[in-house]
Design a protein around this ligand. Sequence first.
Ligand SMILES: *Cc1c(COP(=O)(O)O)cnc(C)c1O
Length: 273
Amino acid sequence: MPAPYCYRCYYGLNYPSCELHCAEMIRKKLIEHRDRICGVILEPLVQGAAGMIVHPRGFLKIVRDATKETDTLLIADEVATGFGRTGRMFAVEHEDVRPDIMALAKGITGGYLPLAVTLTTEDIYSQFLGKYEEFKTFFHGHSYTANPLGCAAGISTLNIFEKDSILSHVQKISLRLSQRLNEIKDHPGVGDIRQKGLMVGIELVRDSKTKEPFDPSFKIGQRVIKKTKEKGVILRPLGDVIVLMPPLTTGEDEIDMLCDATFSSIEEVIKEV
Ligand SMILES: *Cc1c(COP(=O)(O)O)cnc(C)c1O
């Protein structure tokens, strides 16, 4: 199903007058094929590598209700959004949604060691319980399952979340970041700025009025990050989208440094091309 990418809506509609047609289409599809569909997998609220696509408010809730209605599973990939990135511990909390299965990694160790976890409901878990001869057991393991060093890094990270009130810090610093982002929203080369907590995508376009993209051969994103690097800020673009994903412990001064370097680089590069 098409992503709820409001800036370039697949259905050519506008939020909120669209009344979340994209989510309704998923609901329709689920009802139509409920006997063949096992579940819906999505990245809740923000699709990271797809271009920092921030979903419109209410989308997730409709999809959750539709999966319940059709007895299909909701599988949330919170590898990128989980552990405070969006201002809540998990992105699904923004819409009071509880998925059936949730995939987590990255932020669980603050990025210090690789660790991932799959959570599920008691209901699903219990489907794998039974006598040995029933072969219900989920015979699956990893070489490094429950790696003690990885788990220790995870526990330390969770302790820091509590001890240093990381979530409230993220909420505070995200506000600072959105204030700063306002400074470039009217720039003719800036098409869309998408933010949820400390996840930001700045979509650059040739013409913000028509939303016409840059010629891919310009490698506009690459050019911008080359310039920010000269200013001491290492970023990564996703095509023409400049990604800002600072550490959750980032301070105000660092937000300013990040924004100063990014905005001036965008302005300089757009002037050049
Ligand atoms: C990084 C990422 C993954 C990959 O996770 P691994 O633990 O490296 O397999 C999956 N989904 C999302 C949304 C990600 O950002």
